[in-house]
Design a binder for this molecule. Structure first.
Ligand code: ADP
Length: 629
């Protein structure tokens, strides 16, 4: 029976669909991770920008504070110089007698020395009309301030008003930028008799600003660059200058003849930090005004470095996040794979269990059927055994019939002969020939003896077979057997040759049933040779191995191979009905085989050697000593 095919999988469990869902889910996850990564990097970049701007601004502020302090200190250092110089006796005398050349010369030399000592560019003394009468740079000839009139300079004007003066700008004589301090020199009368001025060069200060990571710019109140660590920015206005402002600047001649351009600076706020854009470059700017000097100091920090740092930080962040995301994706993927494998295994297990259940149910059904069949066979076998037992009985009856036929032949013939002898004896007695009559009577007695022998045989055949086979001497059965088959042999014109040694050991068998075996085999042989050229039948017996083999061999046609298997089956026959009593029933060999089996022996049919003919071999065990007859 074909086992049921496994039913199709439930749709929800189809692994291909699950894999598709899984792949779609993974793509979605990947997109989400990339989006998250981009958001994180963007946020990180903004934070880094903000942080670097704030820290750069803090740095710029620090630098600014230092710069302003240094500048303040430098200015303060020179601020008091004019007043101190003005108080000197020599100066007092000079302003009192400005035409004293000796005094002028002495003052020149002294101013020269002092100027070098305090690192000022120039110290000079101006008369009340603005003419310079002594200067530290008296040796410079034309470039010397001596003889020059500075009455137009604001610092002179301020000093002449009685207070200290200060001014910054390009020197009209030297063309050198500087910061000017002035103070009045009071005469003995207490009136202003002259002015002392100190010019401090700014190159030295600018020099100290160069080489740093930031730029320093100092602008005047008009927003024009007066000092700068970047020389190209000098005298240029941070914001576009108005005409009004320009006019004001020109009036002071602060910058002499220097060209006054614009820096075109752009101001912005980035993350709350002021940023100046100059000539395409961005600078973080920290600014502070110095009210005393009227300046505004700007410290500018180039953002290029800042940008690089930010980019580096963002790149590092990106790498870190990328590595983290990669790790996370790998982890998720790994977990997904494990989950998928577990799901597949669970599915496979469920599928296997389902199939096993289906197969088990099939097998249980097959098993039930087999059990039913076995029970039926057993019943059939029991019936068959019963049938066989009854057949044995039928076979016995058949044998009895055979014997009866033989008996009637054997008895009728002697009876007829005895009657003839008796008739003759009566005539002979009547004639008085008693001797001849006695001979006849002797013949009659002999015939009667023969008949009583047949009667004994009949009694034996009818007797119930011994329950247990005992020891039987084959030799003792041969004469009777020959008698029983005589009629059949005669009918078939067959000749029975017996070759059984006299010392053959007794066999474990029943005498009547063993004789029935011999009769059956010899009768079959007689049937086989009937009408044949060689009608000899040979019955022989030999000790062989642990038993005795009885052979019945004929020269008939033999048993065809096609039916050899079936000749021991009950009712198998090739003979037609009516061939004789017991013939054609197909029971002879079946009964014979059963009897031999009862004795614990075997029976087999072979081709006679040399052929043609059949040879039936019956192997029987030798009877144990205690069963000896
Ligand atoms: P029956 O003699 O009634 O046919 P048996 O069981 O004695 O039944 O024999 C079965 C068959 O075996 C016979 O019909 C015959 O074909 C075959 N057979 C038996 N003995 C011989 C033999 N000696 N030679 C050839 N065929 C035989």
């Amino acid at each position: 029976m074909a086992l049921n095919a496994a039913p199709p999988l439930p749709a929800g469990l189809a692994p291909r669909a699950r894999l598709r869902d899984f792949a779609r889910g993974r793509r979605g996850l990947l997109l989400a991770v990339v989006a998250l990564l981009a958001l994180l990097v963007w946020t990180g970049a903004r934070l880094a920008h903000r942080h670097y701007h704030a820290s750069a601004y803090a740095r710029a502020e620090t630098a600014l504070r230092l710069t302003v302090n240094a500048l303040d200190a430098d200015l303060a250092r020179h601020e008091v110089v004019p007043q101190l110089v003005g108080d000197l006796d020599m100066l007092q005398r000079l302003v009192a007698s400005p035409d004293d050349t000796g005094l002028r010369q002495a003052t020149n030399l002294w101013l020269e020395e002092e100027s070098a000592a305090i690192a000022a560019s120039d110290i000079y003394v101006i008369k009340t009309d603005g003419e310079t009468i002594a200067a530290s740079n008296h040796r410079l000839g034309e470039a010397s301030f001596v003889g020059k009139n500075f009455s137009y300079r604001p610092y002179f004007i301020d000093a002449m008003k009685g207070g200290p003066g200060r001014f910054y700008g390009i020197g009209t004589t030297s063309g050198v930028r500087g910061y000017f301090y002035s103070a009045p020199v009071f005469g003995r009368s207490g009136r202003i008799a002259g002015v002392v001025a100190v010019k401090v060069g700014v190159d030295r200060i600018e020099q100290s600003w160069r080489g740093g990571d930031h730029r320093v710019v100092v602008t005047d109140p008009e927003g024009r660059v007066f000092m700068s660590s970047e020389p190209s920015w000098l005298y240029r206005s941070l914001d576009p200058a108005t005409e009004e402002r320009l006019a004001r600047t020109r009036a002071t001649r602060r910058y002499a003849d220097a060209p006054l351009g614009d820096l075109a600076l752009e101001r912005r706020q980035v993350f709350g930090v002021p940023v100046f854009r100059v000539a395409g470059d961005d600078y973080i700017a920290a600014s502070e005004t110095m009210p005393k000097a009227g300046w505004t100091v700007h410290v500018l920090l180039d953002t290029a470095e800042l940008r690089r740092e930010t980019q580096l930080a963002v790149a590092s962040l990106f790498l870190m996040l990328g590595a983290a995301a990669f790790g996370a994706v790998m982890l998720i993927q790994r977990r997904a794979q494990v989950a998928e494998r577990i799901a597949m295994q669970r599915f496979a297990r469920a599928e296997l269990e389902r199939r096993v259940e289906a197969r088990t149910a099939d097998l249980a059904r097959v098993n039930d059927r087999l059990e039913r069949e076995v029970a039926e066979r057993r019943a059939t076998e029991a019936e068959l055994r019963a049938a066989q037992a009854s057949l044995v009985q039928v076979g016995k009856l058949a044998a009895l019939g055979q014997m009866s036929a033989a008996l009637s032949h054997e008895i009728n013939q002697p009876l007829a002969a005895a009657r003839n002898y008796a008739d003759s004896a009566a005539i002979l007695i009547d004639r008085g020939d008693t001797a001849a009559a006695r001979e006849n009577i002797a013949e009659i007695l002999s015939l009667v003896d023969r008949m009583s022998a047949i009667g004994r045989h009949l009694r034996d055949a009818a007797a119930k077979p011994a329950a247990r086979p005992g020891g039987v001497l084959l030799q003792s059965l041969l004469a009777e057997t020959r008698t029983i088959v005589a009629a059949r042999l005669a009918t078939c014109r067959a000749e029975l040759l017996i070759d059984v040694p006299a010392d053959l050991p007794p066999l474990r068998a029943g005498p009547t049933r063993l004789q029935q075996v011999l009769v059956n085999l010899v009768t079959n042989a007689a049937d086989a040779v009937e009408g044949g050229p060689d009608r000899r039948i040979r019955l022989s017996a030999r000790v062989d191995g642990g038993g005795v083999v009885i052979r019945v061999r004929d020269h008939g046609p033999g048993v065809p191979a096609a039916i050899a298997e079936r000749i021991f089956d009950p009712f198998f026959t090739t003979k037609g009905v009516g061939a004789g009593l017991g013939l054609g029933l197909g029971l002879g060999l079946s009964i014979t085989a059963n009897i031999v089996r009862d004795f614990g022996g075997t029976i087999a049919c072979h081709d006679a050697d040399p052929g043609p003919g059949a040879e039936f071999r019956v192997r029987l065990p030798i009877a144990p000593a205690e069963d000896m007859p």
